[in-house]
Write a protein that binds this ligand. Structure first.
Ligand code: NDP
Length: 274
């Protein structure tokens, strides 16, 4: 359990990752991404989550470079897109990502979605990149338990992390449990269900009790469940709000109430149909 925005969690390969970060999906490439990342770093964020498909890796890299913060203090994640899966394709996609980011190394490279028939070849490429020392850790995203089981059959390097859609309407208990048992860190995408979750009356009620906002309640619930979360915002006041979750604690009863809101409802695609 982390107690500060820059506190870290240790992954199964010994690498440390900040327990809270910023996602930049749908943040416009160029100046908007640049300013967003600069603002987040200024506020103390140290984990930035991008992907090749977001089209904004270049601005992310430039913002990190210009921030003046030592490279090793910032944790950068990117992901190989579906069209680039397969062994050779992934090796090439990684080079493109690194060229765009303009960084010496990457902290975490993920398979963005488990493409049937391809993700194991993609994983072999990630293992090579990892062994070659170009990335400090490798992991997956949008993997159900059956995808993880399939991957683990032949994996020589275990994924450090699985990034999945996770919020009180989609708690994915089976994935969370499997990841905990296998020392794979869970990370949540769309933790705020892209803004939809904050209108939930139960969450509003808990928020009022703590003098916090519904977004803060949901993000705190992530932390207390051992899930690293990466809410996206381009607005400074919201980045600040989202990160201001280290001065209160949800009770067991409140955690239960939030867990009970689950209705297996997604804002994104189901990995089995994508
Ligand atoms: P989020 O749940 O983080 O919601 C982002 C939306 O909520 C934005 O519209 C933002 O608006 C708004 N918002 C942010 N903070 C607040 C707040 N405190 N109160 C009210 N509204 C708020 O959704 P994302 O889909 O962006 O998920 C987060 C990150 O996860 C992505 O940016 C990406 O890095 C990653 N992701 C990964 C996926 C994968 O397949 N691996 C898929 C989807 C996302 P505004 O910017 O205007 O503040």
């Amino acid at each position: 359990m982390i107690n500060h925005l820059q506190d870290k969690v240790i992954l199964n390969n010994g690498i440390k990752i900040p327990g809270f970060g910023l996602g930049v999906f749908k943040v416009e490439a160029g100046a908007t991404t640049y300013d967003t990342v600069r603002t987040a770093l200024k506020l103390g964020y140290r984990l930035i989550d991008t992907a090749a498909i977001y089209g904004n890796e270049e601005a992310v890299g430039k913002a990190i470079h210009d921030s003046g913060i030592p490279r090793e203090e910032i944790f950068v994640t990117s992901k190989v897109w579906n069209d680039d899966q397969g062994y050779e394709e992934t090796l090439a996609a990684f080079d493109t990502t690194m060229e765009k980011l303009g960084l010496e190394y990457l902290d975490l490279y993920l398979i963005h979605w488990p493409i049937t028939g391809k993700f194991k070849d993609t994983w072999r490429a990630l293992e090579k990149i990892y062994r070659d020392g170009k990335v400090r850790s490798i992991g997956v995203s949008n993997f159900h338990v059956h995808h993880l089981e399939e991957l683990l059959k032949d994996a020589e390097v275990k994924p450090v992390l699985n990034q999945i859609e996770y919020h009180p309407h989609l708690t994915q208990e089976d994935v969370l449990q499997f990841c905990k048992e296998n020392a794979i860190q869970m990370q949540s995408w769309s933790p705020l269900k892209r803004g939809e979750i904050i209108t939930e009356p139960v969450i509003k009620e808990i928020a009022d009790k703590h003098g916090k906002t519904p977004a803060q309640i949901v993000l705190r619930w992530n932390l207390q469940n051992g899930v690293i979360t990466i809410p996206k915002s381009v607005k400074e006041h919201r980045m600040q709000e989202n990160a201001d979750i280290f001065n209160f604690e949800l009770t067991e009863d409140e955690m239960e109430k939030l867990n009970d809101l689950n209705k297996n409802e997604r804002i994104g695609s189901n990995p089995d149909d994508f």
